[in-house]
Design a protein around this ligand. Sequence first.
Ligand SMILES: [Ca+2]
Ligand SMILES: [Ca+2]
Ligand SMILES: [Ca+2]
Ligand SMILES: [Ca+2]
Length: 205
Amino acid sequence: MTCFKTFRMTLLGAALTFAGCATTESGEKKPTTTEGDQVTENIRQKQSGDEKVAEFDLNKDKKTDVWTYTVVAKNAEGKDVERIARKDLDINWDGKVDIARQYDEKEQISREALDLDFDGKVDEVIFYEKGLVVRKERDLSSSGKPSLWVFYEKGQIVRKERDTNADGKVDYWEYWENNQVDRIGEDLDGDGNVDKWTKNPDGEG
Ligand SMILES: [Ca+2]
Ligand SMILES: [Ca+2]
Ligand SMILES: [Ca+2]
Ligand SMILES: [Ca+2]
């Protein structure tokens, strides 16, 4: 718990430092097995052929903690300009990347992979479209696969899905309305279909 709290605080610091780049857009699809598997990836992103990397040492300990990858792109007038494609951040200064961000053609964040417990493996991936979070995938069990998916519309949670028994199939659905749970569906026999619906007793209507 302390670890996560520390992370959030540090993350906030990092976010403030890089506030200029924290906007978004992208055309991400629904979760697939491939995307899910990426939750396990080592968080450091490889440099691709056409990328230029710039390294920064924000805490002045002579070790790089921010890597910014740029590519050459055409602007509206057809001129070559440098565009930020990705950014890696080591926010606890241990030499391992904890946040890996990807940006779209408009330099808006499109994907962010987070190592929340600083073990070098991704625990959460956040997908963005047009400046807003559209989906989060979280590995709750450290199994290397996502077990919680949270879906957003217009910045608000609309649905959570969980695989509670780690069989790779969603068995728990939470439908949200107006920032609160409206109903919960559970798959009790493992066939992927809801067997039991529960209306949130605290909800309105
Ligand atoms: Ca440093
Ligand atoms: Ca780190
Ligand atoms: Ca981790
Ligand atoms: Ca399941």
